[in-house]
Each structure stands twice: as C-alpha cells, then as structure tokens.
Design a binder for this molecule. Structure first.
Ligand SMILES: [Zn+2]
Length: 189
C-alpha cells in the first residue's frame, strides 16, 4: 500500500484524537479510521492496484457533502477514502485502478473542515462499518496506523518534482560559483 496524497511532502500519521479508535466526546462511535492532514481539492490517488467496489455519500450520518470511495486492493485489504469532492470524482464502481491513479480531490465536511479520512477493511468488505462504543470492534475493520506509517516513510523518501528542481538549481549555482573562482584565480595569476 502507498501514501494516498502525492502532494503531501511530510506525511504524518496522527494518533490520539485524529487517530484510529479515538474516543471522541459526544460521539456514540469510536473513530473507525485515521484523519490525514489535507487541504480541500488536494489530489487523492489509489493507494494500491485494485478495483473500485463501492461509492456512497459521506458523511453517512449527516447531510452528506462528499463521497466515500472503497477500493479492493489486489494485495488484500479494502481502503476507504473520504470525503471526495463529488464534482472531482474520476472513478466509478467496477473500475480497475492502478497505484497513483487519481480518484478525485479532497472534499469538505459539513462544518467546513477538510482532511482525508482513511479506513481499512478485510478482503471482500463492501460497506463501511461503524464501531459503537462499548461494543467489540467489527471484525472487518482494520487498524490502518501501521500500514500508513510504512507508506508515509516510503513516500517521504521519494524525491518530489519540487525538490528535484531545487537540486538542479543548487548544482547550477555551484557551477557558476566554480566558474567565478576560476576567473578570479586566473586574474590573480
Ligand atoms: Zn475521520
């Protein structure tokens, strides 16, 4: 599995209130996923090779403002990505998707905040599961924290187009400086 937000140059996996199984006051369920920092319209890509198995309104418990996309990964788990901005959604149920294939842009929650809520499930799951406080965790629901941490570490090691340009710029400055040194030395000699 790979990091689903390509523009995120310093990916972090929250624990605590934004993390998996967070016990939030006023909610009757534990947090079933992890909230990744993201801005509205940030590109969301498929974290795996796989197939889109479900798309539905999100959040499902309030007036929906976005969509949730579930992808059955070829490597086994099912991923849920939400909210996706409805107008930007670029996949349909049944589509084959490749790693890094755009799914859409990050949407917005009813109160105006944006983030990427990420859930994981066992193979074959086709609907999200709520984990009610005081009840056992639904058997299909996986803790995505360690998967995301491995993906974040891998993503952080990859050069971004911006840093590649920065590297080129530094190399050019070094050449200019060396050329200047040679000229000064030639002049002094
Ligand atoms: Zn969340």
């Amino acid at each position: 599995m790979k990091w689903p937000l390509p523009s995120d140059v310093r990916p972090t996996v929250p624990r605590g209130g934004r993390g998996f199984a967070a016990d939030r006051p006023g909610s009757k369920v534990y947090h079933a996923g992890v909230d990744l920092h993201a801005n509205r319209h940030d590109l969301v890509v498929s974290p795996d090779e796989g197939r889109v198995v479900s798309i539905f309104s999100w959040p499902s418990w309030k007036t929906p403002t976005g969509r949730a996309v579930m992808i059955q990964g070829d490597s086994g788990p099912v991923y849920l990505l939400a909210p996706i901005e409805p107008a930007s959604l670029s996949v349909r149920v049944g589509d084959r998707v490749h790693w890094k294939q755009p799914i859409g842009g990050v949407g917005v929650y009813p109160r105006g905040s944006s983030m990427l809520h990420f859930e994981m499930y066992t193979q074959g799951t086709r609907a999200n599961q709520r984990w009610y406080k005081g009840k056992a965790r639904p058997p299909e629901l996986l803790d995505p924290t360690l998967y995301l941490e491995a993906a974040a570490a891998e993503h952080a090691r990859q050069p971004t187009p911006a840093s590649a340009n920065g590297g080129g710029g530094i190399a050019l400055l070094l050449l200019v400086w060396l050329f200047g040194q040679q000229r000064r030395e030639a002049h002094a000699a």
